[in-house]
Write a protein that binds this ligand. Structure first.
Ligand SMILES: *[C@@H]1O[C@H](CO)[C@@H](O)[C@H](O)[C@H]1NC(C)=O
Ligand SMILES: *[C@@H]1O[C@H](CO)[C@@H](O)[C@H](O)[C@H]1NC(C)=O
Ligand SMILES: *[C@@H]1O[C@H](CO)[C@@H](O)[C@H](O)[C@H]1NC(C)=O
Length: 205
């Protein structure tokens, strides 16, 4: 009698153990920080394809953007690079340049003490993509964010599935997927009209 009652419990426990040990290596691979990213990928800029984060107001803010482009560029000092993010809202383009400090493939945004943003790259099998992880930390906000960027506007289904697996491993909500038919903004500001607030500041609510 005791044995009969105990057996299903044992079976369930064994099943859970098996599924955990099966999934853990997959997540370890998918979330492993990259030590190297081919700098060629950044040439000519990257478009945001999809992203998710665990801070609802910021996720809502992401949905407001029609397209997002990112350029990394070198400055004279090797450890200093700039990160420029260009957001499109309808016919408005918002250029947001940031100085970043690289440490290997991890970088921090130099934004005085307004907030802390530490970015790094994660595994992807997509040849012209990067998966960028952000940890944002400020008085009002603490978020983990994962973005899929590509030189293309849209990725293959299996590449998107891999990204969905990464979100699942982090327990992040379903992603905001950017509309590939929306135009990207030009790299250089065309117009003196600029929206005053920065990306993370705007999201930091
Ligand atoms: C910065 O410049 C160096 C030398 O020109 C180059 O090897 C490296 O890939 C560049 N890094 C980026 C992020 O563009
Ligand atoms: C980046 O750093 C340079 C040199 O320190 C500074 O002149 C410039 O204003 C900074 N840009 C931004 C966007 O913080
Ligand atoms: C700048 O933007 C304003 C408002 O969107 C627009 O009316 C104007 O034509 C633009 N100027 C140029 C030079 O693109």
């Amino acid at each position: 009698m005791i044995f009969r009652r105990a057996f299903p419990v044992f079976a369930v426990a064994l099943f859970c153990l098996m599924s955990v040990s099966h999934l853990r290596p997959v997540c370890e691979k998918l979330l492993h920080p990259l030590e190297q990213v081919d700098p060629q990928i950044f040439q000519g800029g990257l478009a945001f394809v999809a992203g998710s984060l665990n801070h609802q107001p910021s996720l809502d803010a992401l949905k407001q953007r029609d397209s997002i482009t990112v350029y990394f560029s070198n400055s004279t000092d090797a450890s200093r690079t700039t990160y420029t993010q260009i957001n499109r809202f309808g016919d408005q383009c918002q250029h947001l340049p940031y100085n970043i400090t690289m440490e290997g493939t991890t970088f921090n945004f130099d934004v005085a003490n307004r907030f802390q943003l530490e970015a790094s790259f994660r595994y992807t099998s997509c040849p012209d993509c990067v998966v960028m992880q952000w940890l944002v930390h400020s008085e009002k906000r603490r978020s983990l964010e994962l973005y899929l960027l590509s030189r293309r506007r849209q990725v293959e289904e299996k590449e998107m599935e891999e990204f969905l697996d990464q979100l699942w491993c982090y327990n992040l909500p379903p992603p905001v997927v950017m509309d590939p038919t929306k135009e990207l903004c030009p790299k250089e500001p065309q117009n003196t009209t600029t929206l005053a607030q920065g990306l993370a500041e705007k999201q930091d609510q």
